[in-house]
Design a protein around this ligand. Structure first.
Ligand SMILES: Cc1cc2nc3c(=O)[nH]c(=O)nc-3n(C[C@H](O)[C@H](O)[C@H](O)COP(=O)(O)OP(=O)(O)OC[C@H]3O[C@@H](n4cnc5c(N)ncnc54)[C@H](O)[C@@H]3O)c2cc1C
Length: 396
């Protein structure tokens, strides 16, 4: 195995990481080999369900969710390490463990009232249920403060939601959704609502994308939501989401680095065994360059993530660093997977191996949770100030 570690972890975190590593090798890897040969696109739900109790018994459950509601309650550093390690298997996109380690509830729920947490968060963690977050609309996802057209109208004891969402992951399998809808003008006019699924007057259609997990288009045609399902204050949907976006970005960075490490290990191993023109690929400088560039990019991505993690650990605002980590790790990860596929040649493209699956999965990550260009835009503003963008800093 190639050593990527330069980050020194406390002993208990090293042990926790080893527990995850062992679990993945013992319980997940053997199943996935066979599934790949059968051209499966995910670990089937019955196998996920059968392995969930084993993972839970080891404390490997919803790493990021609050401990008092049944989650792991891990801090940023531990959460990063666990997501990185739990991603080192074939079907790790979009969920490390494919749901075997539970489904992380959306971070925005950390801003729910204690009563809402009891009502929604606790049972969904307890029962391993999924959530869908519905922000993006056909009018665009990069700038939702301007493009959200879904309306929430107050009617007696209810809100009535009307509009259309696109690319809502898990809308057809989740037990709840968080729907962002307009209750007023501008950025301060977006509110977040918890909606039980399936809901009356909601129509869901699958949308197939490059990765094996589809997304959904959702039509809301007067969906009724009780008043006390409003998340946070009216008009504070984005403010609330922003408070926890660092964590979701760090998770994506961790996942990207997890699969990248396995890809480099696979490519390095292959290069030692595969002979062309009388020599192993490992002896070719063009192949060496690809491997070394990938190795350095992983080290860089992990350090950049670690900078964000350390800042978040201190309770400081780590949005800038988390943006860099998400941007760098997804872009570097994409290149690393591309190089690994190149080194393995035809086998790299084969569905019997994991590379092509990760390649398609990581491609998505350069667009979700802020496209790379949007992160660069925000980072440019941090570097250059107000002149760098066409709108005030406070609204980006
Ligand atoms: C598989 C998948 C799962 C998803 N899951 C969810 C989900 O669960 N919930 C949800 O709400 N949404 C989800 N999304 C939507 C995702 O968040 C959006 O696709 C993303 O925010 C980009 O929005 P858009 O596709 O409308 O692109 P647009 O906003 O139209 O932007 C198009 C492209 O323009 C470029 N761009 C945008 N702004 C700028 C700028 N200022 N400067 C330079 N270039 C720019 C970027 O390259 C961007 O990719 C998902 C999408 C996919 C593909």
């Amino acid at each position: 195995l190639i050593r990527f570690d330069a980050i020194e972890l406390p002993p208990e975190l090293t042990l926790f990481r080893e527990t995850i590593r062992d679990f993945v090798r013992r319980e997940i890897d053997p199943i996935e080999g066979e599934l790949r040969r059968q051209n499966a696109t995910a670990i089937p739900p019955d196998i996920v369900k059968s392995l969930q109790p084993k993972a839970r018994a080891l404390g490997l459950w919803c790493f990021d969710a609050p401990e008092e509601y049944g989650g792991g309650g891990l801090g940023p550093a531990a959460m990063w390490v666990c997501h990185e390690e739990a991603s080192k298997h074939t079907y790790s996109f979009p969920d490390p463990g494919c749901g075997i380690f539970g489904y992380e509830p959306p971070n925005i729920l950390k801003g729910a009232t204690p009563e809402q947490k009891e009502r929604f968060l606790r049972p969904t963690i307890e029962e391993g249920r999924q959530w869908s977050v519905m922000i993006t609309e056909p009018s665009g996802g990069s700038d939702p403060a301007r493009t959200i057209q879904t309306k929430a109208r107050r009617d007696g004891n209810h809100w009535i939601l009307t509009g259309r969402k696109i690319f809502a992951s898990r809308a057809d399998s989740a037990s709840h959704a968080i729907v962002f809808a307009r209750t007023g003008e501008g950025r301060g006019g977006i509110s977040a609502f918890i909606v039980d699924l399936p809901a009356e007057n909601m129509d869901i259609r699958k949308v197939y994308v490059i990765r094996d997990h589809h997304s959904c288009e959702v039509a809301l045609d007067g969906v009724t939501v009780p008043l006390d399902n409003l998340l946070g204050e009216e008009g504070q949907g984005f403010a609330l989401a922003q408070r926890w976006m660092v964590r979701s970005r760090l998770k994506i960075a961790a996942q990207s680095m997890g699969v990248s490490q396995v890809a480099v290990e696979m490519a390095a191993e292959y290069s030692k065994q595969r002979y062309t023109f009388g020599k192993p690929l490992a002896a070719r400088q063009m192949v060496q360059q690809m491997l070394v560039d990938s190795y350095i990019a992983i080290k860089a991505g992990r350090w950049l993530s670690w900078e964000a993690v350390q800042k978040a650990e201190k309770g400081l605002d780590a949005r800038h660093e988390a943006s860099i980590a998400k941007l760098y790790c997804t872009e570097a990860g994409f290149q690393i997977l591309d190089r690994a596929i190149q080194i393995l040649g035809g086998m790299g493209l084969s569905r019997e191996l994991s590379l092509e699956h990760w390649f398609r999965g990581i491609r998505v990550m350069r667009i979700v949770e802020g496209a790379s260009e949007v992160h660069r835009m925000v980072l440019a503003r941090d570097l250059l100030g107000e002149l760098a963008v066409d709108r005030p800093a406070s609204s980006a």
